[in-house]
Design a protein around this ligand. Structure first.
Ligand SMILES: [Zn+2]
Length: 505
């Protein structure tokens, strides 16, 4: 990130690079690690032909922006909420989703999937969230319950936010009470959370409202009668602090669309501040009796990620963010059987360059930037110069983009090698660009590369341990018997349960 940001100050170098503009032997810059595809590498036998084709003058009018980063046709995020998650569940799930390690669910998928987290837990909900009889009050959270001093999973949350397994705020925590007319929420929790963000130099752009009517700090839905987080006169007013912390995208309501052209819609908070609202696929509408058909329970994951759904976003070139509670189930890790197959199918769609699976914050940032990017194209006879100067965002305001802001942005061009990119007036060096073969439209393109893939096992890196890790919870006495689930052929499959230990932690 740091080196990209220095681009504008190294203007001298970039101008020199641009001015030299020598014909270069063709080497593909497509990061094969990023797409998992190696078939783009050109062999020397076709190099000359490729050079001749790619160095021909840019056809005037041929430069247009592609909707998604090359080579993808759609983009999808799995936004899993913090409800019912323990540190142990979190590790089990994300080692499978995010790494290539061997796990109890099989070889990891290496996908970019991040969750939300809680700062505080102020709920009186009875019952347990796992097979260790962990109470709801001990969900994974930054602070110990409602303490503003005692930490619980702070170190792990900071660590995994940096690793990229956490990227969203789930409100400021779980304040759901059995009696929804009472609340333990106070504004001072927002002040404490903000201090923690500053101390750890963390910034979350995504805010996901949590829970029942006791969560009076929620905000963003003007029709809500209980939300007071954006009402200046309320003692629960916190939107000023949350917006100041860097929140740009707010999830406020249910939605039954799996795929959409854009995930964003403008909202004006009741204190007058504008932010983007975003959609998440949470349900399939209502049944004939008027009950909502929620599908964000982990046992509905396969239904959410059905082959038909994936095909639909691919052919119509749509975004999708599915809401989930992957750690919400009290007994079993939900990744087995049909859910496991659905995730493997999604990983294939990603590896084959069809659907870009990205954490929610990255998908939303890309969506916003791609939608509001302002650029001009100048055809100079041989070259085309694409000058990207602003993100003309009507909600968050106009701003000059950094290279990190425009990651993944792709332009079709009849001659990508003769197409130059300028960012805020500075030439982007060729080494920072990625030149792409023709995609399904028949047009080649040039891209600013997407974020590098990160599949390292974050749980092996130092500093991950939970502050509240209590190894005595691993006593085998807490293990409940497997519930056997028959598959279509009637074969009994043992679902994995939360007590499975993979590593000596
Ligand atoms: Zn929640």
């Amino acid at each position: 990130m740091g080196t990209f940001r220095t681009l504008t100050v190294s203007g001298f170098l970039t101008v020199v690079l641009a001015a030299v503009d020598l014909p270069i032997a063709f080497t593909t810059h497509l990061n094969s690690r990023m797409t998992g595809r190696t078939d783009h590498a050109l062999t020397s036998s076709v190099r000359d032909a490729a050079n001749a084709r790619l160095l021909k003058p840019v056809q005037p009018g041929s430069v247009t922006m592609r909707k998604f980063p090359y080579p993808y046709r759609a983009m999808l995020a799995i936004a899993s909420d913090a409800d019912g998650v323990t540190f142990r569940k979190f590790i089990l799930i994300h080692r499978y989703l995010n790494t290539f390690e061997r796990t109890s669910m099989g070889k990891g998928l290496g996908l970019d999937i991040a969750d939300s987290f809680f700062f505080f837990v102020g709920t009186d909900r009875p019952g347990a969230i796992d097979t260790h009889n962990t109470p709801w009050q001990d969900q994974m959270s930054y602070f110990y319950r409602l303490s503003t001093n005692d930490l619980r999973d702070a170190r792990a949350i900071v660590h995994f936010s940096r690793v990229g397994w956490i990227d969203s705020l789930h409100g400021l925590g779980d304040f759901s009470m059995i009696d929804q007319n009472i609340t333990l929420f106070e504004r001072r929790y927002a002040e404490t959370a903000l201090r923690a963000l500053r101390e750890n130099r963390l910034r979350y752009t995504v805010w996901i409202n949590h829970g029942n009517r006791s969560n009076v700090g929620n905000f963003g839905n003007p029709e809500s009668t209980y939300q007071q987080g954006d009402q200046k006169q309320s003692p629960y007013y916190i939107a000023d602090l949350i917006v100041r912390s860097g929140v740009q995208y707010i999830w406020t309501r249910r939605d039954s669309e799996f795929g959409l052209k854009s995930m964003l819609y403008p909202i004006t908070l009741r204190d007058g501040v504008k932010r983007w609202g975003f959609y998440r696929y949470t349900d399939d509408g209502y049944d004939p009796w008027g009950d909502l058909l929620w599908n964000w329970n982990p046992m509905k994951l396969a239904k959410q990620l059905s082959p038909d759904h994936l095909r639909m976003i691919e052919t119509r070139h749509l975004y999708s963010i599915i809401a989930q509670h992957l750690g919400g189930n009290d007994m079993e890790i939900p990744i087995y059987g049909a859910n496991l197959l659905a995730l493997i199918n999604l990983a294939h769609a990603y590896r084959e360059g069809r659907i870009l699976v990205a954490r929610t914050s990255r998908l939303l940032q890309y969506n916003e930037v791609q939608q509001w990017l302002h650029y001009t194209v100048r055809y100079t006879g041989v070259h085309a110069d694409i000058d990207i100067d602003q993100i003309r965002d009507p909600v968050l305001g106009w701003r000059h983009p950094t290279l990190d802001d425009v990651r993944g942005i792709t332009f079709y061009s009849s001659s990508p090698r003769q197409t130059r990119l300028l960012l805020n007036g500075h030439s982007v060096p060729r080494s920072r660009l990625q030149y792409n073969h023709a995609d399904y439209t028949g047009s080649p393109s040039v891209s600013i590369p997407w974020w590098p893939e990160s599949t390292l096992d974050g749980s092996l890196q130092p500093g991950f341990a939970s502050d509240a890790m209590d190894t005595s919870q691993n006593e085998p006495g807490n293990v409940k018997p497997f519930r056997r689930v028959p598959n279509r052929r009637g074969i009994q499959i043992k679902p994995p349960i939360w007590t499975w230990r993979e590593d000596q932690l």
